[in-house]
Design a binder for this molecule. Structure first.
Ligand SMILES: [Zn+2]
Length: 660
């Protein structure tokens, strides 16, 4: 489709960077993607229409990471300029974050030089991400030097926590400035990087040359530079995942310690299967090669961040060797890998901004993230990363969790998407009443319903697999963006199976009625039930985190140390006076532990007396009488025999001969 952006702001007509109106098919690099680009330049006195445009010389960006073990990156940037006022931006809205969270708070040492002479700068008094300088007469380039300070992981999102003693992930936006007035795809950068001696690195960025620990990358437009992190560390290992003759797809593992680099053969096998299953599902790809950049470390922020040609995947160091942690990260790669198709290649119009300063609109995040979560769930099962039983357990937890969202009565799912830029930074406490980024998990249920509905409408001849083949087709092997809107989505679905899809989505997205959308589970031949049998996925979740999820019994989520993460209004724990941030100290006279609490819940079915839970709240101690006698109430999916089992059909391997 055609997308038109209004003119970007301009410093002055005398500046080298001219005001532009851009009208183009896709906001990607014409240089790399070879896609249609039509640009109209508007000068101050006369409009010039052209299908080519003057482009500034490349901007040199040189990053010195030799001191990264001390948690500091040094960078210099050289900008071609003309005399006069110039505004430079620090990237604010990062495409994979859907939020204005560029980590400017850890920028330090910023200085500008014109021919070796320092020139003054001013930060904009409203936009903290804009810096103003005046380029002196006759000067054709200025240099910026800056440092980026690396932090340690904390309780909330902090993209500065990206390195430690012997590893780091360079996110180019951390050390980047770019001139106002240009679309990111039209600014070419010459990136260079120096890493500590003896360290290895991996990235999807094409390399021009390398001398020891100094790497020069090929010239790259700004949008793709910021889309291509570099992983570097003392200990790294590469596992090829593609079959011979196919585009290179590999797992690049980095860790603080060498023992953690050994990925078990069976897990590598599942990742190879993931690549095969994705090829069958999508029947296209939009990368030249693809790198799963896996960092196993307790010293960087946990993360799964998608890019066109790589994913920045960071989990705790023990995540592969601990079976519970391994199960919890099963869908990480399937999710981030699916983003190369859904989110990177096909991107909602409101999230495809021309540069990194324009605000994004999250209204279609239930597709960008929600459909990705569904496809990631499907591919986790198809590739064997989760067994069918574990996948069903996972779906049961998702359904139960959303079915117990007290905040459904005031905040629609659509609103969680619209408000994503604030909800990403919300804490787990009060999650049920406030709601969080529910457009991930709840959309799994909705897209499952789309899948089963298509199967019902077409007598099982079509499915979401057919949607994927159509929606993600085109531009083979190129890291490009093709935008869409709600109507495009509905039209594609109607091409697969005619139905009132607009109404279907609006009913589910705009609802403020209680109860999660369970039509997909029911339409898939299953139903949500509760009993006292173990849910393997829930047990692994509690085991990996040390916490206790008692959502469907007491309406309580509790941390390992007894601090209440959430208490759901209307359910027994909250109604007894318990709320988030209180600390549970004892249960029925026994010192608190997650196990002690679970045992008490289990025994409640046969106990005549109410449960007594003691809490500490800002120095005050109180005993709560919890009126609950339902015993363990663990979510499961149960087969409904008179409905076709579409769910297991969806989760089954689709690679010929790959059925396990
Ligand atoms: Zn995602």
């Amino acid at each position: 489709m055609l997308q038109t952006w209004q003119g970007l702001a301009v410093d002055s007509a005398s500046n080298f960077y001219l005001k532009q109106n851009l009208s183009r098919e896709v906001p990607v690099s014409g240089k790399r993607a070879g896609s249609l680009i039509v640009v109209v330049l508007l000068c101050s006195c006369v409009g010039i229409a052209s299908d080519t445009k003057a482009s500034p010389n490349p901007i040199k960006i040189t990053v010195d990471a030799s001191q990264v073990s001390q948690r500091i990156l040094h960078a210099t940037l050289v900008f071609p300029v003309q005399p006069g006022p110039l505004t430079l931006y620090y990237p604010k809205w990062m495409p994979a974050d859907h939020s204005p969270d560029g980590p400017i708070w850890n920028l330090a040492g910023l200085k500008f030089f014109a021919e070796s002479k320092e020139i003054p700068w001013q930060q904009d008094d409203v936009d903290m991400y804009a810096f103003h300088v005046v380029v002196p007469d006759k000067v054709t380039s200025i240099k910026a030097s800056l440092d980026f300070l690396i932090s340690a992981p904390g309780p909330t999102i902090d993209f500065s926590a990206s390195g430690a003693a012997n590893l780091f992930i360079l996110m180019w936006n951390q050390v980047c400035l770019y001139p106002k007035g240009w679309a990111a795809a039209d600014l070419v950068f010459e990136p260079r990087l120096t890493i500590p001696p003896g360290w290895k690195f991996s990235t999807s960025l094409p390399i021009k040359q390398q001398a020891d620990n100094s790497i020069t990358f090929s010239d790259v437009p700004l949008d793709l530079l910021l889309d291509a992190p570099v992983q570097s560390g003392e200990f790294m290992k590469v596992y090829p995942l593609n079959a011979p003759g196919e585009a290179v797809q590999e797992l690049d593992v980095m860790s603080d310690e060498p023992w953690a680099l050994e990925i078990p053969e069976d897990l590598v096998g599942h990742y190879k299967q993931l690549v095969k299953e994705a090829a069958v599902l999508y029947q296209s790809h939009h990368f030249r090669d693809y790198h799963f950049l896996l960092t196993l470390s307790d010293n960087v922020m946990g993360l799964g961040q998608e890019h066109h040609e790589s994913s920045d995947d960071r989990v705790k160091q023990h995540s592969i060797v601990d079976p519970a942690a391994r199960m919890q990260m099963a869908s990480l790669f399937p999710h981030e890998y699916s983003h190369s198709w859904n989110g990177q290649y096909r991107r909602p119009e409101g999230l495809a901004t021309p540069d990194f300063q324009q605000p994004m609109k999250g209204e279609l995040l239930w597709v960008y993230e929600g459909l990705t979560d569904y496809l990631g769930t499907v591919l986790s099962a198809r590739s064997g990363l989760l067994t069918p039983e574990q996948s069903l357990d996972h779906l049961a937890i998702a359904a139960s969790s959303l079915d117990h969202r007290y905040g459904r009565q005031w905040r629609s799912l659509q609103n969680t998407a619209n408000a994503a830029q604030i909800l990403y930074f919300s804490v787990p406490e009060w999650r049920s009443y406030r709601r969080g980024t529910d457009f991930y998990t709840e959309s799994i249920l909705i897209w499952l319903e789309v899948d089963t509905k298509i199967r019902q409408l077409t007598d099982d001849h079509k499915s979401m697999d057919d949607f994927c083949k159509v929606f993600y087709a085109g531009d083979e092997g190129k890291p490009v963006i093709k935008t869409y809107n709600f109507d495009d989505l509905v039209a594609t679905l109607n091409g697969i199976a005619p139905y009132d899809w607009a109404q279907f989505f609006h009913t589910r997205l705009d609802s403020t009625a209680p109860g999660a959308p369970l039509g997909g589970i029911n339409g898939g031949g299953w139903r949500l039930v509760y009993n006292d049998a173990a849910n393997e996925f829930l047990d692994s979740q509690d085991s990996a985190s040390g916490s206790g999820d008692l959502t469907s019994s007491l309406g309580l989520e509790i941390k390992q140390d007894g601090v209440v993460a959430d208490a759901i209004p209307g359910m027994p724990a909250f109604e007894s006076g318990i709320s988030p941030y209180m600390k549970v100290t004892s249960v029925n006279g026994e010192k608190f532990s997650v196990d002690a609490l679970k045992r008490a819940v289990h025994a409640s079915a046969t106990e005549k007396d109410d449960m007594i839970i003691e809490t500490e709240n800002a120095g005050r101690v109180r005993a709560h009488r919890v009126r609950y006698h339902g015993g363990s109430r663990v979510p499961h999916l149960e087969r409904v025999s008179n409905v076709p089992d579409y769910l297991n059909e969806i989760l089954k391997s689709k690679v010929p001969g790959g059925d396990k």
